[in-house]
Ligand binder design. Structure first.
Ligand SMILES: Nc1ncnc2c1ncn2[C@@H]1O[C@H](COP(=O)(O)OP(=O)(O)O)[C@@H](O)[C@H]1O
Ligand SMILES: [Mg+2]
Length: 249
């Protein structure tokens, strides 16, 4: 099982939208996908039909949780309130338990794990990065988000020292409003300054993405002309992720 973490210190930048669509795409091409909600529940809501009834905090415990049988191609490890305690657990214990507990799901036949994380740079993120093969960072083209990415890069570099298989999958400009000149300028500046750090995908600001997340479907399944461009962008994101971690089909 390969593990991909979606991370960014700031909230509201498109992490959950990216996580959901990367998972939907991987499942559609035939991978068995575990989605883990380390945040407070948006992804759990979108993926509620795939709930395994294993809470995210159970991945941090000293004993591995049982892996429930499921015929679905997607299995959800849902957000739960006990994640609040995980934030205060010793780092060493989190770094040890989380990858070991995830391994149970690999043994049970999951091919890919997509981890959605909370804003901030705490223990759950460190543990997720310790287990990860790749990390993807959605970023809004606003000053605070662009600033935030520098802290995230530092956290990823630290994680790489302990986990050498960790690959930086890139910054994904997300929720980009192409009618907003400031955002367009930020995107151009970002391309000029950090070309090698940018993923070759841009996700535009499109209401159909929010609509799709609300009904638990990928945006490419929304049958409205207005959703077509969003569908193509999210598909491209899903393909890019699988390509980079060598799981394309
Ligand atoms: N490309 C997009 N276009 C329009 N709205 C989006 C897009 N991506 C996400 N959203 C919406 O914006 C909000 C924040 O996105 P979300 O993925 O939840 O960010 P995060 O997980 O980083 O907090 C949500 O309400 C979501 O439905
Ligand atoms: Mg989120």
């Amino acid at each position: 099982m390969k593990t991909v973490v979606i991370a960014q210190g700031k909230g509201g930048v498109g992490k959950t939208a990216s996580a959901a669509h990367a998972a939907f795409h991987a499942a559609e091409v035939g991978h068995k996908v575990l989605v883990v909600d380390l945040d407070t529940g948006n992804l759990s809501k979108t993926m509620s039909q795939y709930r395994l009834d294993v809470p995210a905090s159970a991945l941090f415990g000293d004993t591995p949780p049982p892996v429930p049988d499921s015929d679905n191609l997607i299995g959800l490890i849902n957000a739960d309130r006990l994640m609040a305690n995980v934030t205060f657990m010793p780092l060493g214990q989190a770094l040890k338990n989380f990858p070991a507990n995830l391994r149970q799901f690999a043994n049970a036949g999951y091919d890919l794990c997509v981890v959605d994380t909370a804003p901030g740079l705490g223990i759950p993120l460190a543990a997720a990065l310790h287990a990860a093969d790749g990390v993807l960072c959605p970023v809004e083209m606003e000053d605070y988000s662009i600033e935030g990415i520098k802290d995230m890069m530092r956290v990823i570099l630290n994680a790489k020292q302990r986990n050498q298989k960790l690959q930086f999958l890139g910054i994904v400009p997300s929720r980009v409003d192409r009618r907003n000149p400031r955002q367009v300028r930020h995107l151009e500046e970002m391309r000029a300054a950090n070309a090698n750090l940018l993923a070759p995908v841009v996700v535009g600001l499109r209401t159909s993405v929010a609509a799709a997340l609300a009904v638990g479907e990928p945006v490419w399944q929304i049958k409205k002309t207005a959703a077509r461009a969003a569908g193509a962008e999210m598909r491209a994101l899903g393909k890019y992720v699988l390509d980079k971690i060598e799981m394309a089909k």
